[in-house]
Design a binder for this molecule. Structure first.
Ligand code: AHR
Length: 693
C-alpha cells in the first residue's frame, strides 16, 4: 500500500516548485507587489482544509450489514394512498363518505342539472351489506318530451371530480365499473370530461334496464381518452326521465404498476429505492384518534365493492379502502420488500381497551397473520386466495401498535399479543413501541421501534446515537425519522444532509439497528397534513424531495459489508463518512464511500484505502455522485423538480490514495471498482473492441 501522502501528486508539487522559482525571478524583475499577488492566489488554491478518510478494506474487520437495513414506511397520510399511490380515480365511490346515517351527503359528487330536471338523494338500498348507502337519482326531464320538460342537451346527472381532478391522458384507457338499478330502460352516458364539463374526453353508453328493479347490475366499460386533462371528472348523465340508483362507481387506469392497481409513476419511485421492507399502513392512521375510526384490516379486504371504507380521523379524510390489507401485501411483493404489518393493539389517541378485554383485538391480529400467510384452505387464507393470491405472502414481522408505549394499557395489551402470536407463529418477529436504545426493555420483543423528528443540527449530531446502545437484547427498528420544522420547510437540502449523516450512523451501528425508514413517504400537494415528505405529487406530476434522493445513495447498503473507516483532520466535525463493500448482480465488487459535508466550506478529502486482499490488482475510480445546491435551504418543486438531485460523473482516479473536493453542504458517494487481474484484462479487451468499432 502507498503511505499516506499529501493530497497533491508529485508532478503537481514539482510543477508548483518550478512555478515558484519562476515567480521569484519575475518578482525580482517586477517588484514585491506581484509576489504578494502570486502568494495570495496560491493560498486561495489551497484554502480548503484537508481531511483524511482511512478505509480498512480487509475482510477480517468488515461486518455484514443486515439485508433488511433500508426500507420504506407507507402511511395513509396526506392522501398518500387514496388519491395517490392507489390509482382509483373516483373519490367516495360507494357514497358512504358522508356516513351511513347522513342522508344525501354525497361529497365530492356534484349534480349536473337543476331542481326542475333532477332530484338526488341517498338511501340504504345498496346490494352490499357492509356499505348500504346508494345514490338515488330521479330524472324529472325527458328529451323526448321537449317543451318545458326537456333535458339540457348534455343531459343531467352527477359527476365526480376525483381527488382534485382526474388525470385523463390522450390515448390511454380507463376501466369504469359501476352498479346500477332502475325503474325503466334508461341509457346513461359514462364520460370523462374536462374539469368544467365543457369538453368530452371519452364517453360510452350503458343501458340501465328495468327488467328487475330489485336487481342491481354491474356494468363495465373501457373508455379510451381522445384528449388530455389533468383535472378531469367522471360524469354519469342521461336525457331520459326515470329513477336510477348508482353504487360503487370505480374508474381505474388500465395500466397500473404490475397490473395491480398502483399508480405506475409513484410505485416506480418506490421500487427505485430498492426497499428491503415496507412498514404499513401507518402510523397514527393505525391508531385512530378514536378506536372507532382506526384502521381495522378485516374491513379492507374482499371484493372492493363490499368494503365499507372509513374516515381516518387523525389525518381527517375518508378512504374507500381500495388500498386495503391485501393490496399492501401485494405492493410489498411487487417491489421486492418484506412486509411489516402494523396493527392496532386496542389503543387509539383518545381511548383504550383495558387489557382483560383486549382478546378480540388479539384474535384480529392472529386472523390477519393467517390472512397473509395461512394455507389457502384456512379460514382467512382462503379469503386471500379468493382475492387472487393462493400463495402465502412472506409475512415475518409485525408491530404491536404505533407510538403507544407511554399509554396506560400498552404493556398489558402488548404482552397478550406477544404471547398469542409467539405461540401460534413462533418465527414471527414482534416489534414493541417502547424505546430500548438507552435502557433495556422491561418486556420481551424482537425489535423496538424508534422514531425521531427533530432539527437538522440535532439529527446530524445523532449519527452516533446508537454507538452506546447495548449490543444485547432486541434490535432497533428506526421506523420513522426525518428533519422537521423550519430547517426542513417542505423538503430542504439541509434536512436531507442531516438525514444522510444519521443514516451513515445507522449503517455503522447496523449490528444493533436492523431496519430504518423515512417518514412520511408521500404527500399529495393538495392535502399537506405533514411536512416534509419524500415524494410530492398531484394528479399527474411528482418529484422526489432531497430526502428522497438521499435514500437512493443507500440502496446498495442493505446486505453489503461495512468497512472500517476513520476521519482525521480539522474539519472532520462537520463531516460524517462510511465505506461499504458491495457486489452488483454481475458479481463485480465495489467499495462505496459516502461522505456528508455539513459545513459551509469545501473540504479536500484525502481517501486512503488499506487492507485490500492480494488478488485485487487495483481500485479504479468509477462513479462520483453528489447532491448539493447553491443554497442549503433549496427545495425541489413542480416547476424545478431537479433543482436538488444527485449528479453523477466519472470518478477519474486510479490509485488507492486519492484526493477529492467535497463541496460545502453536500453529500457525495464514490464508487471504486475492485479490479482483479482478470477484470483488468477484460476491461482492456473491451476497450480494444470499443476503439476498433
Ligand atoms: O409520520 C407521521 C406520523 O408521525 C406518524 O403517523 C406517527 O407515527 C408519527 O407521530
Amino acid at each position: 500500500m502507498k503511505p499516506m501522502g499529501l493530497p497533491l501528486s508529485d508532478e503537481v508539487i514539482m510543477g508548483s516548485r518550478k512555478l515558484l522559482q519562476s515567480v521569484c525571478i519575475l518578482c525580482f524583475l517586477l517588484g514585491s507587489c506581484f509576489v504578494y499577488q502570486s502568494l495570495y492566489a496560491d493560498s486561495r488554491v489551497n484554502a480548503n482544509p484537508t481531511v483524511t478518510l482511512q478505509v480498512d478494506a480487509s475482510d477480517s474487520t468488515g461486518r455484514s450489514i443486515p439485508e433488511t437495513l433500508f426500507g420504506i414506511f407507507f402511511e395513509e397520510i396526506n392522501h398518500a394512498g387514496a388519491g395517490g399511490l392507489w390509482a382509483e380515480l373516483v373519490n367516495n365511490r360507494g357514497f358512504e363518505a358522508g356516513g351511513q346515517n347522513t342522508p344525501s351527503n354525497i361529497w365530492p359528487w356534484s349534480i349536473i342539472g337543476d331542481q326542475s330536471s333532477i332530484y338526488i338523494a341517498t338511501d340504504r338500498s345498496s346490494c352490499f351489506e357492509r356499505n348500504k348507502i346508494a345514490l338515488r337519482m330521479e330524472v324529472l326531464c325527458d328529451s323526448k318530451e321537449g317543451g318545458g320538460n326537456g333535458c339540457p342537451s348534455g343531459g343531467v346527472g352527477v359527476y365526480n371530480p376525483g381527488f382534485w381532478g382526474m388525470n385523463i391522458e390522450d390515448g390511454k384507457k380507463y376501466k369504469v365499473a359501476l352498479y346500477v338499478r332502475s325503474t325503466g330502460d334508461i341509457d346513461i352516458s359514462v364520460s370523462f370530461t374536462s374539469s368544467n364539463g365543457s369538453l368530452i374526453l371519452a364517453s360510452e353508453k350503458i343501458i340501465a334496464s328495468a327488467s328487475d328493479v330489485s336487481n342491481w347490475t354491474k356494468k363495465e366499460v373501457v373508455l379510451e381518452a381522445k384528449g388530455t386533462d389533468h383535472g378531469a371528472r367522471l360524469q354519469l348523465t342521461t336525457t331520459k326521465k326515470g329513477l336510477i340508483w348508482f353504487d360503487q362507481v370505480s374508474a381505474m387506469p388500465v395500466d397500473t404498476y404490475k397490473g395491480h392497481g398502483f399508480r405506475s409513476d409513484l410505485a416506480q419511485m418506490l421500487a427505485d429505492l430498492k426497499p428491503r421492507f415496507i412498514r404499513f399502513p401507518g402510523g397514527c392512521f393505525v391508531e385512530g384518534e378514536w378506536l372507532r375510526n382506526a384502521f381495522r384490516w378485516k374491513e379492507t379486504v374482499g371484493a372492493w365493492e363490499e368494503r365499507p371504507g372509513h374516515f381516518g380521523d387523525v389525518w381527517m379524510y375518508w378512504t374507500d379502502d381500495g388500498l386495503g390489507n391485501f393490496e399492501f401485501f401485494q405492493l410489498a411483493e411487487d417491489i421486492g420488500a418484506a412486509p411489516i404489518w402494523v396493527f392496532n393493539n386496542g389503543i387509539s389517541h383518545q381511548d383504550q381497551v383495558e387489557t382483560p378485554s383486549v382478546m378480540p383485538f388479539v384474535q384480529e391480529a392472529l386472523d390477519g397473520i393467517e390472512f397473509a400467510r395461512g394455507d389457502p384452505n384456512s379460514t382467512w387464507g382462503s379469503v386471500r386466495a379468493a382475492m387472487g393470491h393462493p400463495k402465502p405472502f412472506e409475512l415475518k414481522y409485525v408491530a404491536v401498535g404505533n407510538e403507544d408505549c407511554g399509554k396506560k394499557n400498552y404493556r398489558g395489551n402488548y404482552l397478550k399479543f406477544y404471547e398469542a402470536i409467539k405461540k401460534a407463529y413462533p418465527d414471527i418477529k414482534i416489534i414493541s413501541n417502547c424505546d430500548g436504545s438507552s435502557q433495556p426493555l422491561d418486556h420481551p420483543a424482537d425489535y423496538y421501534d424508534f422514531h425521531v423528528y427533530t432539527s437538522a443540527n440535532n439529527l446530524f449530531s445523532m449519527y452516533n446515537k446508537f454507538d452506546h446502545t447495548s449490543r444485547k437484547g432486541p434490535k432497533a427498528f428506526v421506523s420513522e425519522y426525518a428533519v422537521t420544522g423550519k430547517d426542513a420547510g417542505t423538503g430542504s437540502l439541509l434536512a436531507a444532509l442531516a438525514e444522510a449523516a444519521f443514516l451513515i450512523g445507522l449503517e455503522k451501528n447496523s449490528d444493533v439497528v436492523e431496519m430504518a425508514s423515512y417518514a412520511p413517504l408521500f404527500v399529495n400537494t393538495n392535502d399537506r397534513r405533514w411536512n416534509p415528505d419524500a415524494i410530492v405529487f398531484d394528479s399527474s406530476r411528482m418529484y422526489g424531495t432531497p430526502s428522497y434522493w438521499v435514500q437512493r445513495f443507500f440502496t446498495e447498503s442493505s446486505g453489503a459489508t461495512l468497512l472500517g473507516s476513520k476521519l482525521d483532520g480539522n474539519s472532520s466535525s462537520s463531516l460524517v463518512a462510511s465505506a461499504v463493500s458491495w457486489q452488483d448482480s454481475d458479481g463485480k465488487d465495489y467499495i462505496r464511500i459516502k461522505v456528508v459535508n455539513f459545513g459551509s466550506s469545501a473540504v479536500n478529502l484525502r481517501v486512503s484505502v488499506t487492507g485490500l486482499s492480494p488478488e485485487i490488482a487495483r481500485l479504479s475510480g468509477l462513479k462520483k455522485t453528489v447532491i448539493t445546491s447553491n443554497n442549503v435551504m433549496d427545495e425541489n418543486s413542480f416547476s424545478q423538480p431537479n433543482k436538488v438531485v444527485p449528479s453523477e460523473s466519472l470518478l477519474e482516479i486510479a490509485e488507492e490514495d486519492t484526493s477529492i473536493v467535497l463541496p460545502p453542504h453536500s453529500f457525495s458517494s464514490f464508487d471504486l471498482l475492485k479490479e482483479s487481474a482478470e477484470i483488468r484484462m477484460a476491461i482492456s479487451d473491451s476497450s480494444k473492441t470499443t476503439s476498433a468499432m
